[in-house]
Design a protein around this ligand. Structure first.
Ligand code: HEM
Length: 162
């Protein structure tokens, strides 16, 4: 296994596999609240880039629901972090933001989607990923769509599984 690229040291706390410890909570003004489980994986091959996969499942049926994967890069010499993301829904996005201690505060900078993506379309995403003092990882995602202002869609915590 490759040695971690020095540029990624500030993000070393993300690396590995994380499993939701209790079902995450999904909500939005226009949908029925739901519960989900999710596995996250963050890996690297020695480049100054983290590879990630997020796989979410229906909490009761365990059916695969939402999937995202992509890359994480850091601006050299700065606390600026970029997520380059592809989602199974046909959405692609760039999210950028600051790393403060072990918290990432990300905002979408660019969004694009396949021509036949389901409506309503997402117009904005903001996301907080943080390592909590108790060793659990926490993710909160808010979004705005054509019809709704920015509001929370997801909240979930994970424990490290490897
Ligand atoms: C609904 C976007 C992640 C589960 C939606 C809707 C949008 C959306 C635009 C439709 C809202 C409406 O009809 O007004 C996103 C984005 C995500 C994300 C941008 C990531 C950044 C997830 C994850 C799950 C999930 C991780 C976990 C299973 C659902 C469910 C619905 C929904 C169950 C309602 C039923 C449906 O429309 O399929 N999401 N979502 N989403 N999302 Fe997400």
């Amino acid at each position: 296994t490759a040695e971690l690229n020095q540029a990624l040291l500030p993000l070393d706390w993300l690396l590995g596999t994380w499993e939701s410890d209790e079902p995450g909570e999904g909500c939005f003004a226009s949908i029925k609240p739901f519960h989900y489980t999710e596995t996250l994986n963050f890996s690297h091959v020695g480049q100054p880039v983290i590879n990630f996969m997020f796989n979410a499942f229906h909490a009761d049926t365990r059916k695969p629901l939402h999937r995202e994967c992509g890359f994480i890069r850091m601006q050299p010499g700065a606390n600026r972090v970029a997520f380059i993301i592809a989602q199974n829904s046909g959405l692609v996005e760039i999210e950028e933001g600051e790393l403060t201690a072990q918290q990432l505060n990300l905002q979408s900078q660019a969004l694009a989607r396949v021509s036949f993506a389901r409506e309503p379309h997402v117009q904005k995403i903001s996301r907080v990923i943080q390592l909590r003092p108790d060793g659990r990882l926490e993710q909160t995602v808010s979004m705005a769509t054509d019809n709704q202002p920015l509001m929370q869609h997801l909240h979930i915590t994970y424990r490290r599984s490897s």
